[in-house]
Design a protein around this ligand. Structure first.
Ligand code: AMP
Ligand code: ZN
Length: 115
C-alpha cells in the first residue's frame, strides 16, 4: 500500500472527510468511524508509515507526541480521570486492518472486558 492509495493518507490530505479533533504539521486526530467504545478516536502521523514495525529512530519525537496528543484529547473528552486504553495494532497477528500507523484511544466504558 503506497501513500497515494492509503485511506489514512487520504484523510490527512483532506480527500476523505473525517471528524477531526486535532491537527498540526506532524499529526492528525479524528473520530474512529466504527467506534468500539463510547469514546474511540485515532491519532495518526501525516507521514505514511505502514506499521509500528516500520518506525525508525527518527520517528522517536513524533511517537511521543502521538501519545501526548492522545492523552490531552482524552482529558478534554472527560475520560482522563476514569481511564482509557491506548492501543497500536501491528500487522496481521496484532489485528491491524489499516496499514498506516495509528494509535487507538478507547474509553467511556470499562475496557477490561476487551481482553
Ligand atoms: P486497525 O484494526 O488497528 O487497523 O484499526 C483500523 C481502524 O480504523 C478501525 O477501528 C476502523 O473503524 C477505523 N477506520 C477505518 N476507516 C476509517 C475512516 N475512513 N475514518 C475513521 N476511521 C476509520
Ligand atoms: Zn498512509
Amino acid at each position: 500500500m503506497n501513500a497515494a492509495d492509503c485511506i489514512f493518507c487520504k484523510i490527512a490530505r483532506g480527500e476523505i472527510p473525517c471528524e477531526k479533533l486535532y491537527e498540526d504539521d506532524d499529526l492528525l486526530a479524528f473520530e474512529d468511524a466504527n467506534p468500539a467504545a463510547p469514546v474511540h478516536f485515532l491519532v495518526i502521523p501525516r507521514e505514511h508509515i505502514e506499521t509500528l514495525d516500520d518506525v525508525e529512530e527518527r520517528h522517536k519525537t513524533m511517537l511521543g507526541k502521538m501519545m501526548l496528543v492522545a492523552t490531552k484529547i482524552a482529558r478534554d473528552k472527560g475520560i482522563g480521570a476514569t481511564g482509557y486504553r491506548q492501543v497500536i495494532n501491528c500487522r496481521k497477528s496484532g489485528g491491524q486492518v489499516v496499514f498506516h500507523l495509528h494509535l487507538h484511544i478507547m474509553g467511556g466504558r470499562d475496557m477490561r472486558q476487551m481482553g
